[in-house]
Design a protein around this ligand. Sequence first.
Ligand code: UDX
Length: 438
Amino acid sequence: MKNITVIGTGYVGLVSGAGLSDFGNQVVCADIDESKISLLQTGKIPIFEPGLKEVVDRNVKSNRLSFTVDVSKAIRDSEVIFIGVGTPEGKNGEADLSAVFSVAEMIGKNLNSYKIICTKSTVPIGTGAKIISLINKFKKKDVEFDYVSNPEFLREGAAVQDFLIPNRIVLGTNSQKAFQIMQDVYRPLFINDTPIVFTNVPTAEMIKYASNAFLALKISYINEIANVCEAVGADVHIVAKAMGNDGRISPKFLHPGPGFGGSCFPKDTKALLSLSKELNEPMNTVAAAIVTNNRQKERMIDKLFNLMGNAIKGKTIAVLGLSFKQMTDDVRESASIEMIQSIIEKNGTVKAYDPVAIQNIKKHFPDIEYSTSWQTAVKDTDAVVIMTEWHEFRGLDLVELKQLVKTPIILDTRNVLSIKDLTSLGFKFDNVGRKAVK
Ligand code: UDX
């Protein structure tokens, strides 16, 4: 097993560091954010990620996992360094790589022996070459390193499982020696025959973007199918189910909704589109996925306004679900942001609830009313909007809901409620692609 440093303790770095220590490696998670590191050193986890605390605690207890703000020392003391810092969207759609490049410079300056430098963060195709040249620029002449692109495929809310039991490991490098070392890093996965893709750096980088952009495209596709279903009286759930019976399509990622959000799909589709334009190889499919996604968010707002007869001014609306999907506290690019923004712009009042994401959405909307339960959120409201598919929303007691609201109007953007019950209880409602269902 190896001495590893993971630089960056966000959604990707922290899960990766914990997972790598669980594989038996000696791991230090390093970050310049002192508040994050001191939280971790006291056994607290700065993000909501089911199962992560157990993995962290188990490996801290076994002295395989620790945390530090001294990134330079961590680099000097390790054999394998994972770059796990954020690559947020830049002002015109390209990825902001400033954190990656500053880490690359720090690695160059602290390269005191042969090491593997491994990029886990999602970086545009071609970034590996830039990281390599940056390290070469700052390192001492007589010290060598090898570079590996090792993209992550972690879903927030399922990241621990996705790391420990991945569909595949992608290793992009031109060094056989580096490949051997990475086999050691991921030994448990090699032993249990996890598919390993061993390729060059640009191909590994492309696999990440091609996968994410395709998943985003699949969502935009089913969202548009849902919208046409509404017009022709079809049930998108039955359509999606029957589509999924075809192994070439698969039933996964065919759930229509309010539009995809998160820190990946919106950013990665824009970065791929931006690169394709730069290369004069336009990707119309990815461009269309982005346009469709933006339209889908607007469509949800139109649906709410139609349900309310466009009379929003002075009305109170409960928004249930504030993160970009269930099982996460992450609100980045959440469809709930546009929904809340539009209600406020129309002089409506919002009462918001989410099981875990309220602290994060408050940065966007410090002045709206937040509730500690869906019941208090919906009390005396003129309409209710469901934005994420948390089980507690799926299992809403509609009789109780009807007694609590002022007006029985509900927009179910995730199709989690029973249409039969909504109808029999006299709700005025709408959903995505299931207008025809009785
Ligand atoms: C995604 C990829 O799944 C993961 O492999 C990659 O490493 C990072 O990006 P994540 O963004 O965490 O993971 O969540 P995901 O579960 O993929 O959902 C992304 C968005 O698509 C969410 O807003 C979700 O609500 C939406 N979605 C997903 C749908 O609207 N319909 C679906 O069927 C699936």
